[in-house]
Design a protein around this ligand. Structure first.
Ligand SMILES: [Zn+2]
Length: 129
């Protein structure tokens, strides 16, 4: 019976470890996906800006009738920029920065209560973690 208990306990531990790893790797997948989305949006922004440059140049040379297209591209580029900022926010939330000691600025393990470098008490962690 004792052996059975030990086995089932370690099985339980493995299960919990796998859960944590599962969550971490899905965060990593999500981060990679967001980064891919950002690179697509950045590419689109680049295209918009070079199209804008062309239109402004044509306008400068005296061609008429590009105002609407310029306006559309400007608005589109602005919303792309906002979308990129939103994706960057999401990435930040998925990858919180490790805590730092407020006194000596050394990076701390996420569960540290005291700084291992200077001994300062660290602020309590976010309870959602
Ligand atoms: Zn410190």
């Amino acid at each position: 019976m004792e052996i059975f208990k030990k086995v089932s306990e370690s099985a339980k531990n493995i299960g919990e470890g796998a859960k944590t790893i599962g969550k971490r790797s899905s965060d990593m997948v999500e981060t990679a996906r967001l980064k891919f989305e950002i690179s697509k949006l950045e590419k689109e922004m680049e295209n918009n800006i070079s199209a804008l440059g062309n239109l402004v140049f044509l306008q400068h040379k005296g061609e008429q009738g590009h105002e609407e297209e310029i306006e559309r591209l400007l608005n589109n580029t602005k919303s792309l920029e906002e979308e990129i900022a939103e994706f960057n926010d999401l990435i930040q939330k998925l990858n919180p920065r490790p805590p730092f000691c407020p006194t000596c600025q050394v990076e701390m393990p996420s569960n540290a209560k005291f700084c291992y470098n200077c001994g300062s008490a660290l602020a309590p962690q976010d309870p959602t973690e």
